[in-house]
Design a protein around this ligand. Structure first.
Ligand code: SF4
Length: 101
């Protein structure tokens, strides 16, 4: 192996040993990019259900709806009426059904 080839080999080897740990680190980080988007009030689905992100009725909010699937203290969560998106915990739509007490 010539000096030139040895230098190139060492450079490639060094780059690959750095690249693997960085890629492993990136893969282990939590991904916020995968968080579902919040429902857009202007979307057709939202208009269909008359969804609003902030309810005007203190007793009827998504967080109190039987269909809300978010955590109790979350700002939003899934609702089967809006697959792939999150509704606001403070939101409301015309399908509101109170959670059983
Ligand atoms: S059905 Fe309507 S009120 Fe109930 S959680 Fe879904 S969007 Fe909110």
């Amino acid at each position: 192996m010539t000096d030139k080839n040895r230098r190139k080999f060492v450079t490639v080897l060094g780059a690959s040993t750095v690249a693997v740990p960085v890629s492993a680190l990136i893969g282990s980080l939590p991904s916020h990019a995968a968080d579902p988007a919040m429902v857009d009030e202007a979307s057709d689905a939202a208009k269909n259900w008359e969804y609003v992100a902030v309810s005007t009725n203190a007793e009827q909010k998504c967080m109190g709806c039987a269909l809300f699937q978010g955590e109790a203290d979350s700002k939003g969560g899934p609702c089967p009426l809006f697959p792939g998106e999150h509704v606001a915990a403070e939101g409301w739509c015309k399908a509101f059904a109170p959670k059983p007490s």
